[in-house]
Design a protein around this ligand. Structure first.
Ligand code: HSE
Length: 428
């Protein structure tokens, strides 16, 4: 007997899911062991032509997800409500769910996973982070026997495109954003991308999986976007052999007792594999105790790539259903808490426009020392009125580094703090 899928939402991703389920019906039946067919599609308005069988359309999503003949539910409407209520209604009626909803998982994944466990059904969400890239199941399953130390991800294509243009063409932020908008990468309101909200939601999901802790929500993620990144920052990075990337970084603390989760612009050495991720591509770099360094790369958005991830999940949950099993995610939780940004160990690059006279460098060094921050290297660019001191710190608690910068900002010898950016460090 065929397995019936209820689809919630029929936009860019949903319509591709319908197309692929129909076009690949024979392969899907062979891979699952039974045919998969779309049993109904919930939309807000029926009067639009979506290229799908109109007889499948309904505006009553709750009735659809609880219909007795429906086995699986695919949610691609996004946002918190009504998606959360519909997913909860679906799992309570014994349906397994596939969702691409990063915002919901990042805000309230714990509730959804608990409900799925209690109902003995699956909740899969590969498409919620980095589109087509198989990433969440490798973290959850393939690395389940390993210990992940750090995850670094370029998980937002729009900001990667903008930073790439700024780097390769010397373009400014505004002009690069306009180009990203004209190409359809950035929305008319680009806030979610350029202010790092989209990446922060994905970071929360990655941290939960990498460290097996349900504790992390989007609100726990320290977030800084790229609107403050200037052409000068990009030039400073280049001068140090670095590129600027917006990274989602999830890291276990040195004592292993907590995790840090953050999204901010980073100067990254050009030789690091993430530095070569161009345009709107996504990539996630994982450092694990036994596996070593792994990188996952590919298209992070787009209807067809995202639908590929949804279909992969659909096959997995359908197989589990036939085998009368499910994955109880979150059942064995480490409960690792999130530490705040001030306790996160980072390094800073600081460029200071200074008065070029004796004692300035020693005063600047003293301010670093007063905060317990050790300087890794320092160089002077220019002389006289054009003098700039460029310092890179050794790793130190972020709170100590940001206080150092605050004192420098207010010091009479510092005309301007021209550039401040964190530098991510890597051991050999
Ligand atoms: N807006 C996102 C990006 C894709 O630019 O990567 C959806 O998460």
């Amino acid at each position: 007997m065929a397995m019936k899928v209820a689809l919630l939402g029929c936009g860019v991703v949903g319509s591709e899911v319908v197309r692929l389920v129909n076009e690949q019906s024979e392969e899907l039946a062979a891979r699952v062991g039974t045919p998969i067919e779309i049993g109904g599609i919930a939309v807000r308005r029926i009067d639009r032509d979506r290229g799908v069988d109109p007889a499948l359309l309904t505006t009553d999503a709750t009735a659809l997800v609880t219909r007795p003949d429906i086995d699986l539910v695919v949610e691609v409407i996004g946002g918190i409500e009504p998606a959360r209520s519909l997913i909860l209604a679906a799992v309570k009626s014994g349906k397994s769910v596939v969702t691409a909803n990063k915002a919901l998982l990042a805000e309230d994944g714990q509730t959804l996973h608990r409900a799925a466990r209690e109902a003995g059904v699956d909740l899969y969400y590969e498409a919620s982070v980095a589109g087509a890239i198989p990433l969440l199941r490798p973290l959850r399953d393939s690395l389940a026997g390993d210990r992940v130390h750090r995850v670094l991800g370029i998980v937002n294509g729009t900001t990667n495109y903008i930073l790439d243009r700024m780097d390769s063409l010397g373009a400014g932020f505004t002009e690069s954003l306009e180009e990203a908008q004209s190409l359809g990468y950035a929305e008319a309101d680009p806030t979610a991308d350029v202010e790092g909200f989209d990446a922060a939601a994905k970071a929360a999901i990655l941290a939960r999986l990498a460290f097996h802790t349900q504790q992390v929500t989007a609100a726990d993620v320290h977030r800084e976007g790229i609107t403050g990144v200037s052409a000068g920052d990009i030039a400073s990075a280049r001068a140090m052999g670095c590129v600027v990337k917006l990274l989602a970084i999830c890291q276990r603390s040195e004592d292993g007792e907590s995790v840090g989760v953050r999204v901010h612009p980073v100067m990254l050495p050009v030789e690091h594999p993430l530095a070569s991720v161009k345009e709107a591509y996504n990539a996630v770099f994982v450092e694990a105790e036994s596996a070593g360094r792994l990188m996952f790369y590919g298209a992070g958005a787009g209807g067809t790539p995202t639908a590929s991830a949804v279909l992969g999940d659909l096959v997995a949950v359908a197989r589990n259903r036939l085998a009368r099993t499910s994955v109880a995610e979150g059942a064995h939780d480490t409960g690792l808490p999130v530490h705040d940004m001030g306790h996160t160990i980072t390094s800073y690059h600081v460029a200071l426009d200074v008065a070029d006279r004796p004692g300035v460098l020693s005063k600047v060094a003293e301010i670093f020392a007063d905060h317990g921050v050790s300087i890794k290297n320092v160089r002077q660019e220019g002389t006289g009125d054009d003098a700039q001191l460029v310092l890179v710190s050794h790793p130190a608690p972020d709170a100590a580094l940001s206080s150092t910068v605050e004192v420098l900002r207010g010091h009479e010898m510092v005309r301007e703090v021209a550039s401040v950016m964190r530098v991510e460090t890597f051991s050999d």
